[in-house]
Design a protein around this ligand. Structure first.
Ligand code: BEZ
Ligand code: FE
Length: 294
């Protein structure tokens, strides 16, 4: 039990900090800063944070700043592993009818990916087992959305995105347009599990807290159509890695888990593509977009 004078001093400081934002011209900024002050002070007071611990926190944030550059964003990773990215997505993409659920964007989306014809291959030379992906884009009334734009991206069989390799190579990403019936089809790579970048402060935090850096195997989608809420999502491969390994960034939604059907070598492909002695997989993803502003 805290001595009354101590409690009053702590509460008085919180009140003074909150009050310091009273003249903020932007009402939203004012309420965000007030709430942030209240919650941060509650954390310090609840945990009785020591001065060494606060310094360690500052050192951690400093290290996150030092490792961050145009290709590496440690603060996004931190937000991801704390579940804050996923919570922000949930708050901003409330369930609407049967609209497809959203999940994290991640740091490896690159705008301006190569255009890929329907039925084409997004691999662009990246290594991995071929995967036939097919589906449709509809609105919540069930009407097809012809011309919907799909951006898709994923890692190669070594668990690396093209931007993590040396050089400027673009691979395992593409931009497609649904046909007049709102349908799409393309070749990609069967997704594999991979670790989020864990050679920095966020990786050390995961290690210190006995958490895995692994992401459940997935294929990223960013889907847009006029008048519809843009959808950022993945499909996850159902299987052992998903069920036992979990996901370092809390991105898995049961509705996004798909069976990737295994096809042994020699199984005819949907478009007659010759794969010789290679196995392949296939998956269907029917996408439903909510109205814009839903
Ligand atoms: C990704 O899926 O690409 C990703 C998401 C969050 C953190 C790191 C990677
Ligand atoms: Fe990913």
């Amino acid at each position: 039990m805290q001595e009354q004078g101590q409690q009053a001093r702590e509460e008085g400081l919180v009140a003074a900090v909150v009050e310091s934002f009273h003249a903020t011209p932007d009402a939203r900024l004012r309420s965000l800063m007030e709430a942030l002050s209240r919650h941060l002070h509650a954390f310090v007071r609840e945990t009785r944070l020591s001065e060494e611990e606060w310094r360690a926190g500052i050192d951690f944030l400093t290290a996150a700043g030092h490792i961050t550059d145009a290709r590496r964003q440690e603060f996004v990773l931190l937000s991801d592993v704390l579940g804050v990215s996923m919570q922000t997505i949930q708050v901003n993409n409330e369930a609407y009818a049967d609209a497809t659920e959203a999940t994290v964007l991640g740091p490896f989306f690159v705008a301006g990916a190569p255009e890929v014809e329907l039925g084409g291959d997004i691999a662009g030379g990246a290594a991995g087992e071929p995967c036939w992906v097919q589906g449709s884009v509809r609105d919540t009334e069930g009407e097809p959305l012809p011309g919907a734009v799909l951006e898709v991206w994923e890692c190669d069989e070594d668990g690396l995105y093209d931007v993590q390799h040396e050089g400027e190579r673009t691979a395992a990403r593409g931009r497609l347009r649904a046909d007049e019936r709102g349908e799409f089809r393309f070749w990609a790579l069967t997704p594999v599990p991979y670790p989020i970048p864990h050679d920095g402060p966020v990786g050390r935090l995961l290690e210190a807290t006995a958490r895995s850096p692994m992401r459940a195997p997935h294929l990223h989608f960013l889907v847009s159509a006029p008048g519809r809420r843009t959808l950022i999502t993945h499909i996850f491969v159902d299987g052992a890695e998903l069920r036992c390994g979990g996901d370092a960034v809390f991105g898995v939604r049961e509705s996004l888990v798909r069976e990737f059907e295994r096809r042994p070598p020699g199984t005819p492909t949907p478009d007659g593509r010759e794969l010789g002695e290679r196995s392949w997989t296939s998956v269907r993803f029917d996408i439903v977009l909510a109205p814009a502003g839903a």
